[in-house]
Design a protein around this ligand. Structure first.
Ligand code: AKB
Length: 317
C-alpha cells in the first residue's frame, strides 16, 4: 500500500477527502497536514495529523521523509476571492507553496504529485461556453494566474525530470461543508441562508452561469486520476465538470422545496471574477483518457445539499 500526504487538509475538499482516503487506503497510509490545529472531525477519526505551513520547505521535506510518503496531494491554496483581497498572501502560498511541493517531489523522487487546478485558470479571452481542454489561458485573478503556474510548472517538471504530475481543473465544488474564500461559494451559502432565514443576498448577478460538481464527483475524479495507469494519460491537467447553472436557476430549484425563499442580487468584485470564467466545460478528454463519468445531476444535488445543510444546522424544511 502506498503512503499519501495531503496539504491544506482542513479546507472544504480536505474535510471530505481525508475521511474518504482513510477508508480507501487505510488510516496508517494517510497523513493530513495543515497550518491550523487539528480539527475535532479529524481527532474523532484518529487521523495522523501534522501541522505544516506549505511555505516551510524543510518542514515539508522532513514530513515526507519521516512518513516515507509515495504520493503528495497538494491542496493548500488561497482561493479566488481571498486572493483578490490579499494578492501577496495568495502569491506566497500558491506560488512558493506549489514550488516547494514540486521540488520536494523531485528531490525525494516521490511516485506522484497531484495538485488541483481550477476553472479560474481560464480568463476572458478563453472560449467560455463548452471550454475545451486545450485553449487560451489568460486569467485575470491572482488565483487563476497561480493555477496556470501550477499547470505549466507541473508540465515542465514532467518533461524535464519525468516527474509524475497530475492535475484536475475543478469547477465549483458543492458540499454541506462551509467553504472558504471562493467565488463559487455562493452556491453553498445560498442553502445555509435559505434554510436559516428564507432569504439570500447573492454576490453574483442572477445570470452568471458557472460549472460545478458535487463533492462525491470531485472525490471520484480525484481518485480516478491519481490511480489511472500512466500509459493512459496524454495530458497532465484535465477539465472535469458535473453541471452548470446560474444563481437564478439554483434559487428557483430551492423554491420548489422552500416556497417562501427569496433571493436578491448585490453583485460585488466576485461577479467580475465569475464572468471571466467558463460557463461550461468540455470534459471529453478526461472521459476518453481515463474514463471520467460524473454521477451527480443538478436535481439530485439540490436535494442532497438541502438534506446535508439542514442536518448540519439541525433545521428541517
Ligand atoms: C473559487 O471559487 O475560487 C474556487 C474555484 C472555482 O477554484 N471554488
Amino acid at each position: 500500500m502506498k503512503r499519501y500526504l495531503v496539504t491544506g487538509s482542513y479546507g472544504q475538499i480536505g474535510m471530505d477527502l481525508i475521511p474518504a482516503m482513510l477508508k480507501r487506503y487505510g488510516k496508517e497510509n494517510v497523513i493530513a497536514t495543515g497550518r491550523k490545529k487539528i480539527n475535532p472531525v479529524f481527532k474523532e477519526l484518529d487521523v495522523i495529523y501534522r501541522r505544516l505551513d506549505i511555505r516551510d520547505q524543510y518542514g515539508l521535506r522532513s514530513l515526507l521523509v519521516e512518513y516515507d510518503v509515495d504520493v503528495l496531494i497538494h491542496n493548500a491554496s488561497v482561493l479566488s476571492a481571498t486572493g483578490e483581497r490579499n494578492p501577496q498572501l495568495a502569491h506566497s502560498i500558491n506560488f512558493e507553496g506549489f514550488y516547494n511541493a514540486l521540488e520536494a517531489t523531485r528531490e525525494l523522487n516521490l511516485e506522484q504529485l497531484f495538485a488541483p487546478s481550477s476553472i479560474a485558470a481560464f480568463g476572458p479571452t478563453t472560449p467560455l461556453v463548452n471550454t475545451p481542454n486545450t485553449t487560451i489561458m489568460e486569467p485575470t485573478s491572482i488565483y487563476g494566474i497561480s493555477k496556470v503556474y501550477v499547470e505549466l510548472m507541473g508540465n515542465y517538471y514532467n518533461q524535464k525530470y519525468d516527474l509524475n504530475f497530475r492535475s484536475l481543473r475543478y469547477p465549483g465544488v458543492l458540499s454541506p461543508e462551509e467553504p472558504g474564500g471562493g467565488t463559487t461559494d455562493y452556491a453553498i451559502w445560498i442553502f445555509y441562508e435559505a434554510l436559516k432565514n428564507k432569504k439570500y443576498e447573492c454576490f453574483l448577478g442572477s445570470d452568471v452561469r458557472l460549472p460545478m460538481m458535487m463533492m462525491s464527483d470531485c472525490l471520484k475524479s480525484t481518485f480516478d486520476l491519481i490511480e489511472a495507469p500512466e500509459d493512459k494519460l496524454q495530458h497532465r491537467a484535465y477539465n472535469v465538470t458535473g453541471m452548470s447553472f446560474t444563481p437564478e436557476e439554483l434559487a428557483n430549484a430551492i423554491k420548489e422545496y422552500i416556497s417562501d425563499f427569496e433571493i436578491t442580487y448585490k453583485p460585488d468584485f466576485r461577479d467580475a471574477i465569475a464572468r471571466s470564467w467558463p460557463q461550461s466545460l468540455d470534459d471529453s478528454v478526461a472521459r476518453e483518457e481515463w474514463g471520467w463519468d460524473p454521477e451527480f445531476p443538478f436535481d439530485k444535488m439540490v436535494i442532497e445539499m438541502l438534506d446535508g445543510v439542514s442536518k448540519k444546522l439541525g433545521i428541517s424544511y
